[in-house]
Design a protein around this ligand. Structure first.
Ligand code: NAP
Length: 341
């Protein structure tokens, strides 16, 4: 029987976010129904409420932690009462080479996003976790490791995964110098992960107060972009999380020969001089959140190293405040909504 779900949605482009209800589809045999406890506020949510949105109403929210309240008859990996987490993708073709390898975010048919995407079984659009409940196929539901605080874990599911996956792919580790650009939700976790992987970490920030925090997050060096002196020809890898157009030529010039500048921040365009790539045979690359294999590895690594997000928790009536403050770069370092209040 479909049930009515209390959610928070943008009813039109630009918002605001308002209470809204929708009829949730029935759970399928491999689905789990999750009562949402905490959900992060990612900059991508801000994009989707605004310029990236396609269909409204949209219920955002893709950094989910909650309790399983129902498990379909074929579910084997989770049980009622389990503390679980869900990230930005909730389905994929499961047949292509990427899906078979657990790299579902690289699915050739494009993975199904947690919200605003057509359900592959024809059950309308997916709805996110700014809501009392979500239904998700067990394959895309992760156990929250023991010992990790549930609220501080929620941002790991997108922000954490999106920096962990490229750090792993481009071999951040001992003997490597890794830059993290932009100390927001993604970036502050990038610093923590890169440090725990054993790399020498250089944080790049525009914010003087975040520059003060950066060593405590794990940075060995901090550069205040725009006013600080930039490193030259010595970084092996840079993970750039900045969502806006920004000067990338000085970042490219900070790379050593054969270094890679990985943009995960999805700015509208790249502002980089090709000359800065040619000199030093540097590369520019893009990356996104990990699939199920990397997400599981990320959660295990986070538990082993005690890594979670630094958060500010707000109630569900304060989502618009969170979005406004996120847009103004006024959060250290991730808003998490307590969906129970
Ligand atoms: P965020 O919390 O707002 O952090 C972005 C940080 O970038 C800010 O805290 C700020 O750091 C810096 N920044 C912002 N505007 C800037 C500007 N004009 N010039 C230079 N630096 C600037 O956002 P987030 O949640 O981390 O997300 C970052 C971006 O990644 C978003 O566009 C989001 O959509 C995207 N994203 C992509 C994926 C993916 O799969 N590729 C996944 C998740 C998110 P400082 O104050 O330290 O300068």
């Amino acid at each position: 029987m479909p049930r009515t779900i209390n959610a928070f949605a943008a009813l039109e482009r630009g918002g605001p976010i308002r209470p809204w209800t929708y009829e949730q589809r029935d759970a399928r045999p491999h689905d789990v129904r999750i009562e949402v406890q905490f959900c992060g506020v990612c900059h991508t949510d801000l994009h989707y409420v605004g310029p990236w949105g396609r269909e409204y109403p949209v219920v955002p929210g893709h950094e989910t932690v909650g309790r399983v309240v129902e498990a379909g008859g074929a579910v084997t990996t989770h049980a009622v009462g389990d503390l679980v987490a869900v990230g930005p993708i909730v389905d994929s073709c499961r047949e292509c080479a990427a899906c078979l390898a657990g790299d579902e975010t690289l699915c050739v048919t494009m993975a199904t996003a947690a919200y605003g995407a057509p359900d592959r079984h024809g059950d309308g659009l997916t709805r996110g976790s700014w809501a009392e409940q979500v239904i998700v196929d067990e394959r895309f539901v992760y156990a929250v490791p023991d010992g990790l605080d549930p609220a501080c874990t929620a941002p790991l599911l997108c922000a954490g995964s999106t920096v962990f996956a490229p750090l792993r792919h481009w071999n951040a580790g001992p003997g490597r110098t890794v830059g993290i650009v932009g100390l927001g939700g993604l970036g502050h976790l990038g610093v923590k992960f890169a440090r725990a992987m054993g790399a020498h970490v250089v944080a790049f920030t525009t914010s003087a107060s975040k520059a003060e925090d950066a060593p405590a997050l794990g940075a060995h060096e901090v550069v205040v972009t725009g006013s600080g002196e930039m490193p030259v020809r010595r970084l092996d890898l840079i993970v750039d999380t900045v969502p806006a157009v920004h000067p990338m030529t000085p970042l490219a010039q900070a790379l050593a020969t054969d270094g890679t500048l990985v943009s995960v921040g999805l700015p509208p365009t790249f502002d980089v001089a090709p000359f800065a790539l040619a000199v030093g045979r540097r590369s520019i690359a893009g990356a996104g959140a990990g699939g199920t294999r990397d997400t599981r590895a990320m959660l295990e690594f986070a538990a082993a190293h005690g890594i979670t997000a630094d958060i500010e928790v707000l109630g569900s009536g304060e989502i618009n405040t969170a979005l406004k403050r996120l847009e103004a770069n006024d959060v250290k370092y991730r808003f998490v909504i307590d969906m129970r209040r």
